[in-house]
Design a protein around this ligand. Structure first.
Ligand code: WT7
Length: 654
């Protein structure tokens, strides 16, 4: 969804909030200036917000030069991330709730897990992993629903120095298998079945299917969620609940280097298959905890709820690592916003007296469409700060969030960031900045955004300008590499605009110097806040026997932000039919997962190509967007006539 430049309103923070917030306008200006003029002095100081086993003496050591991209923070320091998220709180807040687990079914009791209980559970899980042969540096794939054991598993890996790689439970067994192999994982942690929105996903059987394509030595640790029957292979499958009864509730945290990987998280890019984004221990934790504190103006005792799934980076940084490093109470919600009905989010806010609520625009758009009564029936007086993430938020949804959910009292932090950035890169800070509907406003401390001309690559100075968004110096939570493929890391992020980190987004800096993200400028689409490479959907489609060729683009979708529009050229022997459309849809769901389900499939006798055979996606995007006036120059096409056919047979939006 594009954010139009028509919204000019601005909402300054209330005097009360500015006075009580960690950061007010003057403090932001001073800290920001210090953070970009002398990053090492700034981060040298703020790095101390977490506990180090051996303190660092070096702060940053980063080069963005292609051929030599190398990023290190706090490189001679050692720490343990799980000790920072748990052990260091035990003395002062052992009995405080660390995690509130809210199950899918509102009639099932919520669980309040204290820091002391969290410590026990994480240690037990860590000991179980060691028993299964997991050692420092080994990879563990986590394929779990949103249950406390997902957090235990992450922290247990961190405790023993294993590297976790979470695969969103909505991904198919094929996608799971590829990620197990890609990271060469020793163990997959899953659950029997996972309730979500009143339905169940058969996670364990997905793992069974995935492991058919993995090494025989891969083990599977199964958490009991529903008690549903699953198949069982002795010697490969292990019962977590049974083992936890025997496991010791003490496990010494391993001493890790700041630059030891904490996790791998696969994410989509404009080309090829998803890449494993690598985040390391020290810088990531400093940044996740600091952004959590300042962006949400988190104060001691607050109840914080991020509705994301731990399968995405948002869940890593703002359900688990950031909040727990800060000793917060964090809500883990297993369900969906519309089950049993569209008041579920707001009921959970009321029930657990949530102070900060962080969600995605797509959820807001869906809920907005259900009417205000679902919100108004709930007591939302505990809410203080609202947040959004994942895609540009359209002003209508922003205003609804502000007026109806926030009652006009709660600043909205529109946080722009990425899997690659580890934490917030641009966002208003609630006590410091006025907010504008649809604007990510200001860079976070230490982040230096630049707007470049997409053609020349020159920096565009001044305000009221638009271009591609790059970052020109490193920040502590920056991804370090692509797992197993450093060259791909350099090529993807540092080669288009030399000397900069290229985010893949376009942006506008308005007349006041505030930033607006305008969306991806590459072949990545954002469907309901889920990031997807059009190339991935294409390669799934062409893997079907009836498909000769496919091109996939995004198109504006009222709820999802973008929908998936597929142009499919069939094999000579295949007949176009609605049945085949349905089959292809199911096919893609099985290859990738339900989130990649095509919305529209158009039969294309031919695709517009240049004489050298390159598909002209610009044209396909315009047709999908219903914007024929802007097709641009089609004279370089090999067969200009195919465009007329595509326009004539364009699918109507559903
Ligand atoms: C892409 C990153 C990191 C959180 C979840 C998504 C888009 C993210 C915003 C925002 C406009 C946004 C960008 C970005 N995006 N937040 N506040 N406003 N666009 O992480 O899956 O790595 O996707 O999401 O296009 O590049 P991700």
């Amino acid at each position: 969804m594009s954010t139009e430049a028509t919204e000019t309103r601005s909402y300054p923070p209330s005097a009360d909030l500015a006075a009580s917030a960690h950061i007010d306008a003057a403090r932001y200006d001073a800290m920001y200036a210090a953070s970009v003029s002398d990053p090492d002095a700034f981060w040298g100081e703020h790095g101390k917000r977490i506990d180090w086993i051996k303190p660092y003496t070096k702060v940053s050591n980063a080069s963005f030069q292609p051929g030599n991209v190398d990023i290190k923070w706090f490189e001679d320091g050692t720490l343990n991330v799980s000790a920072n998220c748990i052990d260091r709180h035990l003395e002062t807040r052992g009995d405080q709730t660390a995690i509130i687990f809210e199950p899918d079914d509102p009639n099932e009791a919520a669980q309040h897990i204290t820091y002391t209980q969290l410590h026990g559970a994480v240690c037990r899980m860590a000991n179980i992993l060691e028993e299964l042969g997991v050692r420092k540096g080994d990879r563990v794939v986590i394929y779990l629903p949103m249950i406390p054991e997902a957090a235990y598993a992450m922290l247990a890996c961190a405790r023993i120095g294993a590297i976790h790689s979470i695969v969103f439970a909505g991904f198919s067994s094929d996608a799971l298998g590829a990620r197990v192999n890609g990271s060469d994982a020793k163990v997959v942690i899953t659950a029997d079945t996972a309730p979500r929105g009143g339905r169940k996903t058969a996670l364990k059987s997905n793992v069974d299917a995935a492991l058919l394509h993995c090494k025989d030595s891969v083990k599977c640790l199964v958490v009991k969620r529903t008690g549903d029957q699953t198949t069982w292979i002795d010697g490969r499958d292990f019962d977590y609940n049974e083992m936890a009864l025997e496991a010791s509730d003490y496990c010494k945290p391993a001493e890790m280097n700041a630059e030891d990987p904490l996790f791998i998280l696969y994410t989509s890019g404009s080309t090829g298959q998803p890449k494993g984004v690598v985040h390391c221990s020290g810088g990531y934790l400093v940044y996740a905890s600091m952004t959590h504190q300042y962006t949400f103006d988190y104060h001691e005792g607050d109840v914080f709820w991020c509705t994301a799934d731990v399968g995405w980076v948002t869940g890593h940084s703002y359900i688990v690592y950031g909040p727990l490093a800060n000793g917060a109470t964090t809500v883990m919600f297993e369900g969906v916003p519309t089950y049993p009905d569209a008041s579920r989010f707001w009921q959970v806010c009321e029930k657990h007296k949530v102070n900060q609520f962080y969600t995605a625009p797509t959820a807001l758009r869906a809920l907005m469409g259900q009417g205000d009564s679902f919100v108004e029936s709930c007591d939302l007086s505990s809410l203080r700060i609202l947040g959004t993430v994942g895609e540009p938020i359209n002003p209508e949804a922003w205003n609804w969030y502000n007026d109806v959910v926030g009652g006009g009292r709660c600043p909205i932090v529109d946080t722009w960031w990425q899997t690659e950035t580890g934490g917030h890169m641009m966002t208003p800070l609630p006590g410091a900045h006025a907010t504008k509907p649809g604007s990510a406003m200001k860079p976070f401390f230490g982040v230096h955004p630049v707007v470049l001309d997409p053609q020349s690559g020159e920096v565009i100075e001044g305000n009221d300008v638009e271009g591609v968004l790059c970052i020109d110096q490193s920040w502590p939570a920056q991804m370090r590499t692509v797992w197993g493929d450093h060259e791909r890391f350099e090529k993807t992020y540092f080669s288009d605009y030399k000397g900069y980190y290229f985010a893949g987004d376009g942006c506008r800096r308005d007349a006041d110097g505030d930033y607006w993200i305008t969306g991806r400028v590459d072949d990545v689409i954002n469907v309901s806040g889920h990031r997807m490479g059009t190339a991935e959907v294409e390669s799934a489609l062409v893997a079907h026997a009836s498909v000769a060729e496919a091109a996939v683009v995004g198109y504006p979708h009222d709820i999802k932000g973008q929908g998936i529009y597929c142009y499919v050229t069939l094999m000579n022997n295949a007949e176009p039919s609605d049945e085949l459309r349905k089959e292809l849809r199911t096919w893609v769901r099985t290859e990738i997962g339900p989130i990649a389900s095509p919305d529209l499939i158009q039969w294309a006798p031919g695709l517009p190509k240049t004489r050298s055979g390159k598909i002209m996606r610009r044209i396909l995007r315009k047709i999908a967007e219903n914007d024929y006036g802007a097709l641009g120059d089609t004279s370089t096409l090999a067969e200009p006539a195919v465009v007329d056919d595509l326009i004539e047979n364009r699918m109507n939006k559903v």
